[in-house]
Design a protein around this ligand. Structure first.
Ligand code: TYD
Ligand code: MG
Length: 441
């Protein structure tokens, strides 16, 4: 007699329940429960595992002092950004989850990283694309590598069979949502499938000391649970983010058992794959001849890297009843707070103005030291005075309108404003002289 066991899983957060629920008690989403079969018809698997326990009767528990503390071996990839994000190279036996929205460039980046590793036998398992498609992409990247192998397969049994024959030194799985384990009946991409296939790959990684990269999709609001439920199982979680419409991509560490989580790598998507950006500030700041109002250069820290970025603000007279506040790359609530500070402490009337704020390059910055630059950009646009481009701002603005050291934001602004006005004045005088000269002719 075979027994089938099933449970209901929230597709949003992975919460498991024996009964169907309308609202998930964990993430409060409605209508997210789907029934999934967790144990297939026969209970053969359990038997197998028990048999294994019985077979090797030797003690598995050992004293911590007996464990050799060998320095973990790392494979150095050609990609300096990836090495840095991983804390100094790919650790053998590690399992790394790379999460990102569809179309952001995960497949491109990891195909490229695999192709660059000429001395390492790499197996790229794709459940999404055909061999031809991957080949076309590889041609586009333009790197040839004899040691790079492709496998388009979704069944884990076949995959492990192939792995046994090939004995790769690095495995890349694109994507974990397409894999299917024969031990679980529900469809690929379901919570129990993702859990099971990842667990199988994890066992493989630990037992053979082969590093494995798992690529996983997330949607904009992080709603598809897939990668989220894996975060505790893997050694490292990398998030690949950026706007699909901009060329810049950021590879960020969310969790790392072998290094710091404050690291980040910056890439630029080009026509021939990803290019590591070593000096991001150069591209993030639009250098213009004439300084324009509403632009302030901010100095922020992203991970361990200092970045100079351009904060842009546009303040206009509001035409509708409710003034608009639109932001991109910055927190809307933070902007409202800064506007309230300016209104109350500075006496600027933003209540009747539409305010638009943008961080150039499509970056999303959470560093509070960006505040001062935003405030200065807002005031610069409010007063229509351009700030000189050689000044950069860094500082958190508190509710009192002062920074931590007690200096009011106004000091920074008025100093640069004066410099801006002097420059404006010089330009005006030049322009007047020019018109005078023109009129004389
Ligand atoms: P892809 O790696 O397929 O994204 P993901 O695996 O995260 O879903 O890449 C998606 C986009 O990248 C696609 O729209 C095409 C573009 N692209 C380039 O701009 N340059 C390139 O060299 C390649 C290979 C792709
Ligand atoms: Mg892909």
């Amino acid at each position: 007699m075979s027994k089938t066991k099933s449970a209901f899983f929230c597709q949003s957060c992975g919460y498991e329940s024996a009964k169907w629920l309308g609202k998930c008690p964990s993430c409060n989403n409605w209508n997210t429960f789907v029934e999934e079969v967790i144990v297939k018809g026969s209970d053969k698997k359990e038997k197998d595992e028990w048999a294994e326990y019985k077979r090797d009767g030797k003690l598995k528990t050992i004293s911590i002092n007996e464990v050799s503390s060998a320095e973990e071996k790392r494979i150095l990839s050609q990609d300096a950004e990836l090495n840095r994000v991983l804390g100094g190279g790919i650790v053998s036996g590690s399992i790394v989850l790379v999460a990102g929205e569809p179309g952001i460039g995960k497949s491109t980046l990891f195909l490229q990283i695999g192709l660059q590793l000429k001395d390492v036998v790499t197996l790229y398992i794709s459940g999404e694309e055909s061999e031809q498609q991957i080949k076309m992409r590889a041609d586009r990247i333009g790197i040839k590598n004899e040691n790079f192998y492709l496998l388009t397969e979704t069944d884990t049994k076949t995959i492990f069979h192939e792995i046994k024959k090939l004995k790769p030194q690095l495995v890349i799985v694109d994507s974990i949502q397409t894999l299917q384990s024969p031990f679980v009946e529900s469809g690929p991409g379901s919570i129990s499938q993702i859990r099971e296939t990842a667990a199988e790959l994890q066992r493989f990684a630990k037992e053979t000391n082969t590093p494995v990269f798992l690529i996983g999709h997330i949607t904009k609001d992080g709603n598809i649970a897939g990668p989220k439920i894996l975060e505790h199982m893997v050694d490292t979680v990398l998030q690949f983010e950026g706007d699909r419409h901009y060329a810049y991509r950021i590879l960020r560490t969310l969790k790392n058992r072998f290094g710091s989580t404050a690291e980040l790598g910056i890439y630029e998507m080009g026509s021939e794959g990803m290019r590591a950006v070593t000096n991001p500030s150069e591209i993030l700041i639009t250098q213009k001849e004439d300084a324009l109002s509403g632009i302030a250069i901010a100095a922020t820290m992203e991970g361990m890297r200092p970045l100079l970025i351009e904060a842009q603000a546009l303040v206009t007279q509001s035409v509708y009843g409710t003034p608009q506040r639109t932001v991109s790359g910055f927190d809307l609530r933070r902007l409202q707070l800064l506007l309230a500070v300016l209104e109350k402490r500075g006496g600027f009337h933003f209540g009747v103005k539409d305010v638009f704020v943008n961080i150039a390059g499509g970056l999303k910055i959470e560093d509070p030291s960006l505040d001062l630059a935003i405030v200065c950009a807002l005031l610069s646009s409010y007063e229509d005075v351009a700030l000189p481009q050689h000044i950069c701002f860094a500082g958190e603005v508190g509710l009192s309108g002062r920074d931590k050291g007690g200096k009011p934001y106004r000091t920074a602004y008025s100093r640069s404003r004066k410099a801006g006005l002097r420059k404006n004045h010089r330009q005006q005088v030049q322009r007047q002289k020019f018109t005078q000269a023109k009129n004389q002719y």
